[in-house]
Design a protein around this ligand. Structure first.
Ligand SMILES: Cc1cc2nc3c(=O)[nH]c(=O)nc-3n(C[C@H](O)[C@H](O)[C@H](O)COP(=O)(O)O)c2cc1C
Length: 175
């Protein structure tokens, strides 16, 4: 199989990490992968925060109900939307797709680099957004979109089988 497709299909959420710290080079490579994503009108309405301080990782874990494992990760990437850099009016919510595309690129880059990560939800949960904003000093108008704990995997979960021909239609719905 094409190596990129192989990486895409072997990616799975990883929630246990070894203690090995990630280098700045590794972390920057992940952010570069995120920034390579397509965005509506190429507006790149985003910002990325890289967190490596234990205390901050723990604070994030404590305020996100399904991201407790962030406290044991050597690093986390917080993808933020910055809608004022993007389209305005009815097209403004396109920043959400843009940040999703960046996130998926980061997850696939992790897999390609032998790292493990999980997308953990922040936006659109107002309470989670507020907590993350406060911990990281994110300015008003910039929206914390998700937190991606990342590290060297301490286990290798099997990728889930997701291929389902019922969800595929050729040419017209129902065929
Ligand atoms: C929008 C979104 C929000 C998610 N939020 C969480 C989360 O808060 N905590 C978590 O452990 N996993 C979270 N996940 C990861 C999913 O549980 C995971 O992707 C899904 O079970 C499929 O498994 P896979 O990533 O191994 O293919 C989230 C994924 C997405 C796309």
């Amino acid at each position: 199989m094409n190596p990129l497709l192989q990486t895409l299909h072997s990616r799975t959420s990883v929630r246990k990490y070894t203690d090995r710290p990630l280098s700045n080079e590794e972390l920057e490579t992940l952010i570069k992968a995120g920034m390579a994503a397509p965005t509506a009108g190429n507006k790149q309405p985003w910002a990325f925060l890289v967190i490596t301080e234990k205390e901050t990782l723990k604070a994030l874990a404590d305020c996100l109900p399904y991201a407790g494992f962030t406290k044991d990760a050597p690093a986390a990437i917080v993808v933020c939307g910055d809608p004022k850099k993007g389209f305005q009016g009815e097209e403004e919510p396109l920043w959400i797709q843009d940040c999703s595309a960046a996130t998926e690129n980061i997850l696939i880059a992790c897999e390609a680099m032998g790292l493990g990560a999980t997308w953990t939800a922040v936006h659109p949960l107002a309470e989670r957004e507020e907590s993350v904003r406060k911990i990281l000093g994110i300015p008003g108008g910039v929206i914390p979109f998700n937190v991606i704990p990342v590290g060297e995997p301490a286990h290798r979960p099997k990728p889930k089988e997701k291929w389902n021909p019922d969800n595929l239609h050729w040419e017209r719905w129902g065929s």
